[in-house]
Design a protein around this ligand. Structure first.
Ligand SMILES: [Zn+2]
Ligand SMILES: [Zn+2]
Ligand SMILES: [Zn+2]
Length: 146
């Protein structure tokens, strides 16, 4: 799906900022911070960017990741927008890897945690957050070349 289709499917009006922010997420391999986005979108004011991010979070187009130094990062959601039957935690049940060399954080979409049944019966789980820290495959390749 392209930018326009994704925004329409989420029931959002097409604005230039929304299109530019969504395009930035679609093009990026890594999770993006407010700063990253400000740099990518040259003339976007902070307030509009902030509002756009909260709209995208609300519509579940993106999800939030807290990196090891406590900063918020955002990454594109890979699940379908139609998910009324699923529990929220199931949608974002994947790990993130933060690389200590390039400082980039990315989604590891095929790493899922199995939550024990007794927990699901006794608690309401809404979010899953697993943060792996180490060296990413790009940086390992670069290190080996030196
Ligand atoms: Zn999501
Ligand atoms: Zn790296
Ligand atoms: Zn993710």
């Amino acid at each position: 799906m392209n930018v326009e289709e994704t925004l329409k499917k989420a029931g959002l009006r097409l604005t230039n900022t929304r299109k530019a922010v969504l395009a930035a997420f679609m093009e990026s391999q890594k999770a993006l911070s407010h700063n990253d986005l400000e740099q990518k979108l040259n003339n976007c004011d902070k307030v509009t960017l902030y509002r756009t991010l909260s709209t995208f979070l609300e519509k579940d187009l993106i999800h939030k990741i807290i990196n090891p130094d406590g900063a918020a990062l955002f990454a594109l959601c890979k699940h379908e927008p139609m998910h009324s039957l699923k529990e929220h935690y199931q949608l974002h049940n994947h790990a993130h890897l933060t690389c200590k060399v390039c400082k980039e954080t990315r989604c590891i979409n095929d790493f899922e945690v199995e939550i024990p049944k007794y927990l699901l019966m006794n608690m309401q789980i809404e979010e899953v957050s697993i943060l792996l820290q180490g060296t990413c495959s790009n940086c390992i390749k670069t290190e080996n070349r030196v």
